[in-house]
Design a protein around this ligand. Structure first.
Ligand SMILES: *Cc1c(COP(=O)(O)O)cnc(C)c1O
Length: 316
């Protein structure tokens, strides 16, 4: 006998084989990624009431882990959540997920959700916050071909980035309905990715990345309405090393489209060139020399102990 109402289709469990390899940590234990599951009553799911951070491991080394931990702990604090573990223990958990997964290059996510209220009350103060971490294989926003020739992006017309007065963009969050709507709009327009504006003529960011333009011997990246990306920070620091001035200032769509070079930054892929915007070439339509220099330096820093930490050193 089945409990299924007559005529109801069975929605199969996602088969374990469809999961990427990976290890998660939840409720104090490391488990295969396919076994890491939360309650449907968790406010992280029901309200997108959660914050997270993603750090990557490249050739066995975490990149700028301290900056990711600073941002995550600050986000948790701003949302009035509490973690069940201290900063050092958190770092060891992340390292534990990576070593147990056996991966040299990994995408390592830490999440804190509001959790479930034991009485199912609607008061967020009653909920017991939940912490989860996991390591899965490293992933890229732009695939190899896209990184070689540059991304083709659309600037969304039908949707704008959620206002920083509504959701604090410096808290890394899952309020992605605007970004996802933008992606569908971009795909309809035959573009590969999307950038959202602030509704006042300036670009903000895209799904999981920040935006930069090189114009008139200076680099510009938006100042407000964006997550302060760790890769954005790395690009700013690398510009300083190369004596390239950076303006953290509004970036009008017109300035972006007329730029000599455009690139995006993300933990999921680093510094990546954009060569088409709204079906028109950026400059000569080829990835720029400065972007290439920056990306090369960015990857070289992954071996530099002032920018990176060996995974096993966290477990010593
Ligand atoms: C994660 C993210 C970024 C990029 O931040 P990094 O720390 O460089 O990975 C940019 N915008 C949004 C909305 C993000 O979620």
């Amino acid at each position: 006998m089945s409990n299924r109402p007559e005529g109801a289709a069975v929605q199969q469990d996602v088969p374990a084989l469809s999961f990427p390899p990976g290890i998660a940590y939840m409720d104090g234990a490391f488990v295969p990624i396919s076994e890491a599951k939360i309650s449907v009553l968790d406010w992280g799911l029901l309200r997108s009431d959660a914050t997270y951070d993603v750090v990557h491991v490249w050739q066995g080394r975490f990149f700028r882990l301290d900056k990711h931990l600073d941002r995550f702990l600050s986000s948790v604090g701003k949302l009035r959540m509490t973690l069940p573990l201290e900063r050092d223990a958190l770092a060891r958990v992340l390292a534990g997920c990576v070593t147990r997964s056996g991966m040299e290059n990994a995408y390592v996510e830490m999440i804190c959700t509001r959790g479930v209220s034991p009485t199912f009350s609607r008061d967020p103060r009653d909920a017991i916050n939940r912490f989860i971490a996991f390591a899965i294989p490293f992933g890229w926003i732009a695939d190899e071909e896209q990184r070689r020739r540059g991304l083709d992006v659309a600037i969304a017309r039908d949707v704008e980035r959620i206002s920083p007065r509504s959701v604090d963009p410096t808290v890394k969050n899952y309020h992605w309905l605007d970004l996802v709507a933008g992606l569908f709009e971009a795909y309809e327009r035959k573009a590969e990715n999307v950038m959202l504006t602030d509704g006042a003529g300036n670009v903000t960011e895209g799904p999981g990345f920040n935006i930069f333009a090189l114009t008139g011997g200076r680099v510009i990246t938006p100042d407000i309405g964006v997550l302060e990306g760790i890769t954005r920070g790395a690009a700013i620091d690398l510009c300083a090393e190369l004596a390239m001035p950076v303006d953290i200032a509004p970036l009008p769509v017109a300035t972006l489209k007329a730029a000599e070079e455009v690139f995006i930054t993300s933990t999921a892929g680093g510094i990546m060139p954009v060569t088409r915007i709204d079906a028109a070439a950026v400059a000569d339509g080829k990835p720029g020399a400065f972007t290439a220099r920056l990306a090369e330096l960015y990857w070289a820093k992954h071996q530099d102990p002032t920018w990176s930490t060996a995974v096993e050193d966290l477990l010593a």
